[in-house]
Design a protein around this ligand. Structure first.
Ligand code: SF4
Ligand code: SF4
Length: 286
């Protein structure tokens, strides 16, 4: 089972929820936590696992053999990302824009394009007991998160419970991280910004046809509009975490909620049971 933990905006407590859910479940199940927030992977700031494997992530980028090139411009025409341009008698390649899709080399009529590898990030792994962490990190200055996220997801073992810590926002990296999930847990806070981004995140989950539910973090900080929105939309609010100085203090010290306040473990196990029930019900109705 794959459960994505997402939020339209950063700083809502997504990693707090993902790590506490993973830790609570790992007492009884084999769990993989995938940190796909590759621009700022911070699950391990809470988990403190020893990283024992590290693999670079490469994408193939084109290299042009000018001796074979006729400057026909076909490669620039097919590139959807404007990563290659033909100007007079010169082919220009912009590696930081290249998605490594291979279309230019495949379609070059002169077979003038070969591919070379470019490192865009790393994937690291660590484990403790039943819990395995797989985290991706984008190389400094890189903007191409999806290839690193794809590489992190390659380590998914379907026999395990998989929790994905999704990047914030609603753009390509988010879609790459949550697609193929069985459930999307949306973490929000009861503020106007939180609600605005929750609405966008719900749209993404619905577009991908993934059942979703909501966790309201810092409950009590704002108003009840997130609650009312969920009610109107028929989206279950599965857990509320109150605005509590002790919870914030644990997080700031790098202590997972369920370790600092073990009574929360029961709530996360109940949350998981609710998720399982919703997934089962959604499969019946499909
Ligand atoms: S498609 Fe091939 S031959 Fe045409 S400009 Fe590009 S590299 Fe040169
Ligand atoms: S590999 Fe794809 S993205 Fe990169 S330059 Fe070629 S067509 Fe463009």
């Amino acid at each position: 089972m794959i459960v994505s933990v997402a939020s339209g905006k950063g700083g809502t407590g997504k990693t707090l929820v993902a790590t506490s859910l993973a830790l609570s479940l790992s007492d009884n199940y084999k769990v993989q936590l995938l940190d796909c927030d590759v621009e700022e992977p911070n699950a391990n700031i809470l988990l403190h696992l020893v990283i024992n494997q590290s693999q670079p992530v490469y994408i193939p980028i084109p290299r042009v053999d000018e001796a074979k090139c006729t400057y026909c411009g076909k490669c620039a025409e097919v590139c959807a990302y404007n990563a290659i341009a033909v100007v007079k008698e010169k082919v220009l390649i912009f590696p930081e824009l290249c998605h490594g899709c291979g279309a230019c080399s495949y379609l070059c009529p002169e077979s003038a394009i070969t591919e070379e590898s470019r490192e865009v990030g790393i994937v690291e792994r660590g484990n403790s007991g039943n819990l395995e962490l797989i985290q991706g990190s984008l190389a400094i200055g890189e903007a191409m998160a999806p290839p690193v996220i794809r590489e992190v997801k390659r380590y998914i073992d379907p026999a395990n419970i998989v929790i994905i810590d999704v990047p914030p926002g609603t753009s390509c990296p988010v879609i790459e991280a949550i697609k193929e999930s069985d459930f999307c847990l949306l973490v929000t806070e009861p503020t106007p910004f939180g609600l605005n981004d929750l609405v966008l995140a719900v749209e993404v989950a619905r577009e991908l046809d993934i059942p979703c539910g909501v966790v309201i973090n810092r409950d009590g900080v704002g108003d009840d509009k997130a609650d009312r929105y969920c009610q109107e939309q028929g989206i279950p609010v599965l857990l509320k975490i109150p605005l509590d100085r002790r919870i914030a203090s644990l997080y700031s010290k790098g202590i997972p909620l369920v370790e600092g306040m073990p009574r929360w473990s029961e709530q996360f196990l109940r949350l998981f049971q609710d998720i399982k029930d919703i997934i089962a019900a959604s499969r019946v109705t499909k």
